[in-house]
Design a protein around this ligand. Structure first.
Ligand SMILES: Nc1ncnc2c1ncn2[C@@H]1O[C@H](COP(=O)(O)OP(=O)(O)O)[C@@H](O)[C@H]1O
Ligand SMILES: [Mg+2]
Length: 316
């Protein structure tokens, strides 16, 4: 099966500062890719590049992104606009950044639909209602008649997901969609996104700094550290047979249900301006050898559907 989205040797930056380096990944229809890493590791920068919104300021300094085999670099700005709403849906951490506080939910649905499809308001309303019903919303009519401030934060995020899905995009990009929500609502939003995949065969890229969220949702995982993917592969390989000490550290940092404090990761990630030499994790790594301080490895294959950049911590 051809990849729905594929990034090849992607390097991204803002102005002269290079942030994301040598990134390769792919995702098929209906697949969920989780991207996990500490704050500042370049996760949102990567999603912004896929969104192709010039106002984000992200530029592709090297490499390509292919969607259904088509290079996004070759699209005109008009094609990019069509592509964004109808082929790729986006949800953010804070539903407030995707919902307009001054407009009823139904208006926001209808505007989204009309910006991509030639439908009258009545048909667009019906399509909105059908989407909410399909996504198991209680009282869908009441929700459509509400303003965002009349709904809870969790409900607003569910609505933002429904609006992103109304045109049935092939790919949903979700940047920390549960981080601003209470734990119980988090679980509900995660279940909802997984239902989207089952109902519409939507591929999803979910970003989180929380390995717990990623391990629940993803089919495959990319672990990002200081702008690079340091471990990548099928979920169980990355979680149960991880090769990179940073992956291990992230797994150790998952909040525990038994109330025990998670083990934090000591030290801080390198700054992007640091003169790069050696592995970016070297200063924080218990397995760091002499070579690690001198050389930064790219991903290499350790098993079927499993890549790592650490040579030293075999199965750390
Ligand atoms: N608009 C911007 N201009 C310049 N640098 C930015 C901009 N946005 C983010 N950065 C820098 O890019 C790096 C990665 O940020 P980001 O992709 O937001 O990380 P994450 O989503 O993993 O927390 C950070 O060092 C941040 O300061
Ligand atoms: Mg981010």
């Amino acid at each position: 099966m051809v990849n729905l989205l594929e990034a090849k040797n992607l390097n991204l930056g803002y102005g002269t500062s290079e942030i994301v380096r040598n990134v390769d990944f792919s995702i098929k229809k209906g697949e969920i890719l989780g991207i996990v890493g500490e704050s500042g590791s370049g996760k949102s920068t990567l999603l912004k590049a896929i969104m192709q919104l010039p106002e984000t300021g992200v530029s592709i300094t090297q490499g390509d992104i292919y969607f259904n085999g088509k290079n996004l670099n070759d699209l005109t700005s008009q094609e990019k606009r069509v592509f964004r709403g109808s082929k790729i849906g986006v949800i953010f951490q804070n539903p407030g950044s995707s919902l307009n506080p001054l407009k009823k939910i139904k208006k926001q649905f209808i505007e989204t639909i009309k910006s991509h499809k030639k439908l009258d308001s009545k048909t667009a309303y019906q399509l909105s209602l059908d989407t909410l019903i399909k996504l198991n919303f209680n009282e869908p009519e009441r929700i459509l008649e509400s303003y965002p401030f009349e709904l809870s934060g969790g409900m607003n995020q569910r609505v933002a997901i429904a609006i992103a899905m109304v045109l049935k995009p092939d790919l949903l990009l979700a940047d920390e969609p549960t981080s601003a929500l209470d734990v119980t609502i988090q679980a509900q939003v995660i279940d909802e996104m997984m239902m989207l995949r089952d109902t519409f065969d939507t591929a999803i890229i979910i970003i989180s700094h929380n390995m717990g969220v990623i391990s629940k949702m993803a089919d495959k995982i990319a672990v990002m550290y200081a702008g690079k993917i340091v471990e990548y592969g099928e979920k169980n390989n990355v979680i149960k047979n991880h090769h990179h000490p940073y992956t291990k550290a992230l797994l150790g940092a998952i909040p525990k249900l038994d109330g025990k404090r998670p083990v934090g990761i000591s030290g801080r990630p390198p700054t992007f301006k640091a003169n790069e030499c050696g592995c970016g994790f070297a200063g924080r790594c218990a397995y760091c050898g002499e070579q690690c301080k001198l050389e930064s490895k790219n991903l290499f294959m350790v098993a079927d559907n499993h890549w790592t950049s650490c040579v030293n911590a075999n199965g750390a």
